[in-house]
Design a protein around this ligand. Structure first.
Ligand code: SF4
Length: 386
């Protein structure tokens, strides 16, 4: 039956490549995007997912902090930013960030994820101070902060080479970087949607230096706006080439565009089918990435749960205070899940939950068990934290 379905979809040759571990090319990617039967694409992606990660579904206890919403880049797909003169603008002083971290001091957070807008008024020392504040307050958590776009801004305000900026940040306590800001590597999309922001080549240049400095990062792709299938496949191949070169990417995160309260609010949001296809395509094209994430806060928890069978091996985390796609009342999506909720989603999907740190090391309880096994008895702690 399955053989007939794959045969009817015309993807037998891709199945063979996947089984033999052969790299997929541009035309394979386009065909997978255009294939009518999403379940066949998901089946293929699941083969790769299980080759790499078996039945494991990673999750993390994390906290997000958006240190400023002021930004001068004016990206048309962004509902988070306000311009420098807007009275709704904010900057979190280091002491406020410290207090936010302290709020969760009884909760074993493993990663603090910190990003913000490109605020031209912030001095270089501010960025170092906020990393130090998090590091001081939470020495055991990994500090993941600053996209390639923000790092380019830091280089500008520091007036020194990026290599030196990264050394300063590491000394302050930075452990790794997130992947946002890549959007879609297409000059056309860059020109139409985010022309004030670092261009594609600039993003790659910064990522190269970051990886060379010993810091690892994620990579992303924002989909569901004006991009074409061909542009998305090229994006994935460019990211794959950089991973061949540096080996510095930890995880790929397909980011679903949320049009509400953006200049593109006339566009429909991505559907569940599209979200699953993007995750599956990432898993199939990025043969040199260990992990693909279903970021539940963007694709919704139910879709993230199903995505565990469509290529994703990571459902992200408990996520306290995520504002980037939810600014200005943009959506009614949930912004935090308890660990019990995450464990339930994963168990119902019949995958094996493993709590991880920022580098995908399993978190082990004091009894030597993976933390997911120990955590089932401590749901009261999670419920109060989230
Ligand atoms: S996506 Fe980032 S750079 Fe673009 S406007 Fe929003 S905050 Fe600024």
């Amino acid at each position: 039956m399955l053989t007939e379905t794959i045969s009817a979809s015309g993807l037998e040759d891709i199945l063979q490549k996947v089984v033999e571990g052969e790299r997929l090319d541009f035309s394979d990617g386009v065909r997978l995007y255009q294939a009518e039967d999403l379940n066949v694409v998901g089946y293929l992606a699941n083969i790769v997912r299980e080759q790499k990660n078996g039945s494991i579904a990673y999750y993390i206890r994390n906290q997000h902090i958006n240190y400023t919403n002021i930004c001068n880049k004016l990206c048309k797909f962004c509902s988070f930013y306000v311009t420098p003169r807007d009275e709704r603008g904010y900057v979190l002083e280091p002491e406020v960030i410290r207090a936010r971290v302290r709020e969760f001091r009884d909760y074993p957070i493993r990663e603090i994820h910190m990003v913000g807008g490109i605020n031209p008024k912030l001095p270089y020392e501010y960025y170092l101070d906020i990393v130090r504040a998090v590091r001081d307050e939470r020495p055991q958590a990994h500090v993941k902060a600053f996209t390639m776009i923000e790092l380019a801004q830091l280089e500008r305000v520091a007036k020194k080479p990026l290599e030196e900026v990264l050394t300063d940040l590491k000394t302050a306590g930075l452990d790794c970087c997130p992947g946002g800001g890549a959007e879609v590597f297409s000059n056309r999309v860059h020109e139409e949607l985010f022309r004030a922001k670092l261009d594609n080549e600039g993003w790659f240049d910064v990522a190269r230096v970051v990886h060379r400095s010993g810091l690892r990062s994620n990579a992303t792709m924002l989909y569901g706006h004006i991009e074409t299938v061909e542009e998305k496949v090229k994006h994935l191949i460019h990211i794959r080439e950089l991973q061949d070169e540096t080996g510095g990417f930890l995880c790929f995160v397909p980011l679903a565009f949320d049009p509400q309260n953006t200049e593109l609010s006339h566009l429909p949001p991505p559907t569940g089918q599209q979200n699953l296809r993007e995750i599956a395509l990432a898993r199939l094209m990025l043969d040199n990435f260990d992990h693909v994430k279903a970021f539940w806060i963007m694709v919704t928890p139910p879709v993230a749960q199903v995505a565990m069978w469509y290529g994703a091996d990571d459902i992200d985390g408990t996520v306290a205070h995520y504002e980037i796609t939810h600014a200005l009342g943009a959506t009614s999506h949930r912004q935090a899940l308890s660990e019990a909720d995450l464990l339930h989603l994963i168990a119902e999907a019949r995958r094996d939950a493993v709590e991880r740190d920022a580098f995908y090391n399993p978190v082990v309880s004091s009894e030597g068990l993976p933390h997911s096994d120990a955590a089932r008895d401590t749901n009261d702690v999670e419920a109060t934290a989230c």
